[in-house]
Design a protein around this ligand. Structure first.
Ligand SMILES: [Zn+2]
Ligand SMILES: [Zn+2]
Length: 325
């Protein structure tokens, strides 16, 4: 359904405009009238955002709200001629922490995502989904131009696994295969996070961070080939890319910041095409159609990120929090 068709369901128009028929073609709207009708349809979707989310939150599995899958893409399409021929190119950061685990203040994270002009973010706290659900509510309440995908970074005993598009947590401490199965049962997408994280850090923290060669046997939907920790990450990101190529199967590739501070949001990015917001992202992940890459760095920022990481490593080592990454 095109946006113009959607608009015709809103009658009478909330602003009292009347669509005048164009001479010679009763059914064709003039350019100005089509814009006005689109705008009214958008206003209706915007007004219902919170109610729509409340209804969907009662369901056992994730679903997109009309605000996420129609309103937000339409904001970019409205006013364009031949919009049915336009395919939007979208950007997401699919691995972000908040104060619900060891990350930054949620409002700062949301503000950073909007400032970076991301179309979507996934909040993935360690074994915790509260921040992700709250972020989605705030995005609807404030009408932010941002789709929030609820997620969790699950501490499997084989390494960290991202569960995206889920509405509840998945138990930690299971094997990677069991974890991926649980994520699929919950209707989610399973992403192997930083699969070749350095062994030295795993030994220091006494925690398994990456699933490594299990990529060959466990049915992950996607592999995080760009984890934006600067410096030594380049090597383990390359190992992940090699693994994807060696598998010779079409598996989605993601890029993510793994942000633990708001200013890091957007330093890793996943690119996907489509006009249905998070539904387009979900399909791109399922069918191996998205790609990941680094965001934009200033040299100063790389230094700052590494210092932040060293500080976090120190805290984890001293207090045995084992929650980094
Ligand atoms: Zn991790
Ligand atoms: Zn993480």
């Amino acid at each position: 359904m095109t946006l113009s068709q959607t608009a015709q369901t809103v009658q009478p128009t909330s602003r009292g405009y009347v669509s005048l028929p164009v001479a010679g073609n009763q059914h064709q709207l003039s350019e100005v009238d089509r814009y006005v009708d689109d705008f009214d349809a958008l206003a209706a979707l915007e007004a219902g955002a919170e109610q729509d989310l409340a209804a969907i939150e009662a369901l056992p599995h994730w679903q997109a709200t009309a605000y996420e899958s129609r309103y937000l893409p339409a904001l970019r399409l409205v006013g364009l001629d031949a919009k049915e021929k336009v395919v939007l190119q979208n950007t997401a950061d699919l691995h972000i922490h908040t104060q619900w685990s060891d990350g930054d203040d949620l409002d700062r994270v949301l503000a950073a995502a909007v400032e970076q002009r991301l179309d979507a973010i996934a909040i993935t706290d360690h074994d915790e989904i509260g921040g992700a659900l709250e972020a989605r509510r705030r995005a609807h309440r404030r009408r932010l131009p941002l789709a929030v995908i609820p997620g969790v970074e699950v501490s499997s005993r084989d390494g960290h696994i991202g569960a995206l598009f889920v509405t509840r947590t998945v138990p930690k401490g299971l094997s990677a295969a069991e974890t991926v199965e649980r994520i699929h049962q919950a209707g989610g997408i399973a992403v192997a996070h930083h699969p070749f994280a350095p062994k030295l850090i795993e030994r220091l923290l006494r925690v398994k961070l990456g699933c490594g060669d299990l990529l060959n046997t466990v049915p992950f939907d996607a592999i995080e080939c760009t984890n934006a920790v600067p410096g030594f990450a380049a090597r383990y990101n390359l190992a992940a890319r090699d693994a994807v190529e060696n598998q010779r199967i079409r598996v989605a590739v993601t890029g993510s910041s793994d942000a633990h501070a708001a200013w890091q949001v957007g330093k890793g990015r996943t690119y996907y095409a489509g006009n249905e917001g998070p539904l387009s992202l979900q399909r791109s992940l399922q069918f191996g159609l998205c790609q990941g890459a680094e965001g934009y760095w200033r040299f100063r920022e790389k230094i700052r990120y590494r210092l932040h990481l060293l500080k976090a490593l120190g805290k984890n080592f001293l207090f045995r929090r084992n929650s980094i990454g």
